[in-house]
Write a protein that binds this ligand. Structure first.
Ligand code: NAD
Length: 289
């Protein structure tokens, strides 16, 4: 049980964290800080936060834990605003989808507070945004990756672990670099591809006609193109080195498939499809998502 939690960005992730901890009885008071008054009012209405605060310095006063759940492009500004006002005991964590950049920002802006800085990424989410989409069950049975720095205090890391466990999540640990390489492959690349496909079709003169015939396969492949453009712009830019490598590997695979198609090599195509189907079915059967 902690006394006071402050959430910067009470959207899908920040709002769900707040609702889950409240449901678990793990926190007494939750203060929300945001950019849009409409979203903060929704967070209040839904009971995710007890009060909204506009001043970052006032908000973090006396906090036991601070969660930064803003787009990764906003993390540096928020860290800079709170750094001079943090109590010595306050644990700062984040929910950003990229970790190398957030750790670098932490080193820059939270240098005096690094022992109490625990970078984290919940592997749960949706293409929906804002407090209206938040729910106490979002992290139930999901993984949360924490990427403590060499300076991170073991007690601070334990506290962040305990908060995520109270949300029903399983906590795993890895380095920020390993995290960014893994998620470039299995999250950031698929989002880029979904946005690319929908944009390309929507830009055609007969885009409307094409959409009118699109069905469940198109819907499933492109679901994540309904995600927040700001959030995904920030993620792609922050993890561009790893993402460019994944894009190159994907382009090489597309070139291989193109050659099979041009050469009417049905056996080769079928081998690729067969291999992919078996791996995909196994992954679903293992419930690794
Ligand atoms: P969201 O758009 O639902 O919520 C973000 C909130 O932050 C918004 O309410 C916005 O108004 C607010 N905000 C933006 N800039 C701010 C600032 N400078 N100060 C205070 N508030 C600010 O987005 P989300 O899906 O909850 O994502 C939040 C973070 O979690 C991002 O860093 C994202 O990368 C990460 N994340 C998202 C998912 C997902 O699937 N959506 C999953 C895991 C992690």
């Amino acid at each position: 049980m902690i006394d006071k939690l402050v959430v910067f960005g009470v959207g899908l992730i920040g709002g769900s964290f707040a609702l889950a901890l409240r449901q678990a009885g793990a926190v007494r008071e939750i203060v929300g800080v945001g950019r849009s008054s409409g979203n903060l009012e929704e967070a209040l209405r839904r009971g995710a936060i007890d009060r909204a605060e506009t001043d970052a310095a006032t908000a973090v006063k006396g906090a036991d834990a601070v969660l930064l759940a803003v787009p990764v492009g906003q993390m540096g500004g928020v860290m800079e605003a709170i750094a001079p006002h943090l109590d010595a005991h306050t644990v700062v964590t984040d929910a950003g989808s990229t970790k190398g950049d957030v750790v670098a920002l932490g080193r820059r802006y939270l240098a005096a507070h690094l022992t109490h800085f625990v970078p984290a990424h919940p592997i749960a989410g949706a293409e929906k945004s804002g407090a209206a989409a938040a729910g106490a069950e979002l992290f139930q049975g999901r993984n949360v990756v924490i990427t403590p720095t060499p300076e991170t205090d073991a007690a601070a890391a334990s506290q962040v672990r305990a908060l995520w466990q109270a949300c029903g999540a399983t906590v795993r640990e890895m380095t920020a670099q390993a995290h960014d390489e893994v998620f470039a492959a299995v999250s950031h690349l698929p989002h880029l591809l979904a946005f690319a496909l929908v944009d390309e079709i929507a830009s055609r003169a007969n885009g409307e006609e094409l959409f009118s015939y699109a069905a469940s396969g198109f819907r499933d492949f492109t679901r994540i193109a309904g995600s927040s453009p700001e959030m995904w712009r920030d993620i792609c830019l922050a993890n561009r080195a790893a993402l460019l490598k994944e894009l190159d590997a994907y382009q090489a695979q597309i070139a291989r498939l193109r050659a099979m198609l041009a050469g009417e090599d049905g056996a080769a195509l079928e081998r690729v499809f067969d291999h992919a189907r078996a791996a995909r079915n196994q992954w679903i059967a293992d419930k690794r998502y």
